[in-house]
Design a protein around this ligand. Sequence first.
Ligand SMILES: [Zn+2]
Length: 269
Amino acid sequence: MNDRFTRQSFLGRDSTEQMANTTIALVGFGGGGSVILPQLLHMGFRKVKVFDADEVEDSNTHRLAGIIYPDDVVNATPKVDVAKRVAKNIVGECCIETFKMSWQEGAEYIKECQILIGCVDSYSERDQLERFCRRHMIAYIDIGMGVKVVEGEVPQVYGQVILSMPGQLCMHCMGFLTQIKLNEERSQYGDAGPKAQVMWSNSGLGSFAVGLAVDLVTDWSRSLRGPVYKVFNFNTGDVVTHPRLQFMVSGECRHYSQADLGVPVFVPL
Ligand SMILES: [Zn+2]
């Protein structure tokens, strides 16, 4: 048996080719991105563009999946070099492209992607990513986790995975992005400190995101027809569709217009 994908042939006769020919941008190679990249490659995606401007630090080795050598911290290895190493180990001399820069700096390289998976921290960056994806007709998959710690209570570990498709409900429609959240974040800029991150919940969210990407490309489930907003409760193990999406009757987004497609004439700095 020489077909490495035989055991996932239920995904469809052309699924291997479909995944190999799909270009995915992976924005952020930290706790989320580093568990997503190997899964994409194992599944058969061969055109992945990884964006991260940062270097490996001691504080992120507990969640950065991949081969971390002790020297990576000392040498401040770029995270995208870890991505290259992971890719090489899975598929040999590989096809992934890495960009040690912010996605905004590398926006030119994202335009031709069909799917973008965002593993970023802030609401404002998610807002910008979604805006960019809408303009360029890219399916946007967002993951994020958080921990709510209240003294005297059990910490609450939670997360979300969202699929925002051009022409369908956006993250503002779904209530995930609101002007209040964006304003609050802006007013606290620089004060927030490091957010809690752990490997197991990032892995759960990342796996679900990869599943969405596979379904988008292969349509194996025949059921992915609209936006997705899943809420993960890692204390209980529950995964539910956010009530706001569950009960929305209108499928129309009033935030993005079909007329806004393409490259804007004026790009604000
Ligand atoms: Zn909307």
